[in-house]
Design a protein around this ligand. Structure first.
Ligand code: HEM
Length: 418
């Protein structure tokens, strides 16, 4: 075991990294798969699938806890940490468990299946709005609005508010950090927090018949015999919004951009819709919408032969894990019939994404409806714009496309109506 730290220059938020994240991570994995970066107070960078899995599956050694007190090493799941804590994402057991148990039923396969007709209708509504023009921006016109609508509906908030939420959650990643538009998106998130706090007040003690959605499930729930305090409830709802709105956007937009360039794969999905499920897993692996998870070592330990000191910060790079050639043969290629190995896009272990089934269903529904209604679309590759940073989300600002308006008429019903 080596006490030595190989210090590398690695800043996942830099423009240099965003210009070629795959190249940077491949090179790091080859040179030094357990490396130390001095950025943001210092952290280990893990780029091998196996190391990433080992860390995320060991919550006793690697903590997700986020102390908001300045100076604490426990800085939660983001590097650097935002000035807020996500619940239950940034809690450790035993405190974590009752929150996850409270949320689980709303994300079960049966609960998700009940949302599918609505998701198809949201998708059709989005296509209806643009179909006569023969033009669509897959991000602004479809993959940003639909997850916002779905998440609002899940929480029991008005779906019509989707533009405000798309602007806040997608906007904060889509606009450069120093731009006025970014500041507006962050201000919108703050005002959403305030509205959620007011919502909690107004919903406590609602009669059963008026309840709908996850907010109502949580506001009157008890943990260890006591109601959940308002701030923690808001932390939960903000996490569901932040987790639900823009991650799915990146995956679906990336999949649609890919299918524009790969006509054979598009034809395969149109001819055999049963392939959309496995294709969606491959897109999730290949895109990895949430590329980075942070942890803090509770005790002295070892990763890949390197000594990790207590309270060292550790970055598990999910994007790098998903491109590890030891885990995935020909990782750069999207292979719909790839042997069934669990990709890292939803993380691993106790915090593995609670919305995984919902996200899959949304991505599959959006792809299905697009292929049914605008099967001849062509993305204008010159207009495709990625996020400025590849350190928070892998996603797109814009994926503009054109298609034949006539085919896009609602001639093909959604699957649940057929
Ligand atoms: C493609 C879409 C998505 C991706 C790539 C994604 C990614 C992730 C990842 C990597 C984690 C693990 C975090 C950790 O271990 O620290 C996570 C957790 C979480 N995600 Fe997702 N997510 C997606 C969609 C969703 C959706 C649709 C929702 C809800 C509407 C959601 C809500 C959450 C929540 C609440 C957690 C915390 C779970 C816990 O701490 O137990 N996510 N997500």
């Amino acid at each position: 075991m080596s006490e030595e730290r190989t210090v590398v220059s690695f800043d996942h938020h830099s423009a240099e990294f965003a210009a070629d994240p795959v190249g940077a991570l491949d090179s790091l994995r080859e040179r030094c798969p357990v490396a130390w970066s001095d950025s943001y107070g210092g952290f280990w960078v893990l780029t091998r699938y196996e190391d990433v899995g080992n860390v995320l599956n060991d919550a006793a050694t690697f903590s997700s806890r986020h102390d908001l007190e300045p100076g604490s090493a426990y800085q939660g799941a983001s590097i650097p940490p935002p000035p807020m804590r996500f619940v239950p994402l940034e809690l450790d057991p035993p405190e974590f468990l009752p929150y996850r148990r409270l949320l689980n039923p709303s994300f079960s396969p049966a609960a998700v299946a009940r949302h599918r007709p609505l998701v198809e209708n949201f998708t059709d509504w989005c296509i209806d709005r643009v179909h006569a023009s023969g033009r669509i921006d897959f991000v602004d016109d479809l993959t940003s609005p639909v997850p916002a609508m779905v998440t609002l509906n899940l929480l029991g908030l008005p779906v019509e508010d989707w533009p405000r939420h798309a602007a806040a959650w997608h906007g904060s990643v889509a606009h450069p950090p120093d731009s006025p538009a970014h500041a507006e998106a962050v201000a919108a998130q703050m005002s959403i927090r305030e509205d959620l706090a007011a919502e909690v007040e107004s919903r406590r003690g609602r009669p059963e018949r008026e309840r709908s959605g996850l907010i109502d499930v949580c506001v009157d729930a008890e943990i260890d015999g006591a109601p959940i305090d308002k701030k923690t409830l808001v932390d939960i709802f903000v996490l569901v919004l932040a987790g639900g709105v823009d991650t799915t956007t990146g995956a679906a937009a990336g999949a649609l951009a890919y299918l524009s360039e790969h006509h054979d794969d598009r034809r395969r999905l149109i001819a055999d819709p049963a392939l959309i499920g496995p294709a969606c897993e491959e897109f999730l692996r290949w895109i990895t919408p949430s590329p980075v998870l942070g942890r803090t070592a509770n005790v002295a330990t070892e990763i890949g032969g390197r000594c990790i000191a207590p309270q060292d910060r550790v970055m598990t790079n999910l994007f790098a894990a998903n491109r590890d050639p030891v885990a995935f043969d020909r990782p750069e290629e999207v292979l719909f019939d790839r042997p069934n190995k669990r990709h890292a896009a939803f993380g691993f272990g106790i915090h593995r994404c609670i919305g995984a089934n919902l996200a899959r269903m949304e991505i599959q529904a959006m792809i299905s409806r697009v292929l049914a209604r605008i099967p001849d679309y062509e993305v204008d590759a010159g207009g495709v714009e990625r996020y400025h940073t590849a350190g928070i989300q892998n996603g797109f600002i814009s994926v503009p496309a054109t298609f034949s308006p006539l085919i896009a008429e609602r001639s093909i019903p959604p699957s649940h109506e057929s």
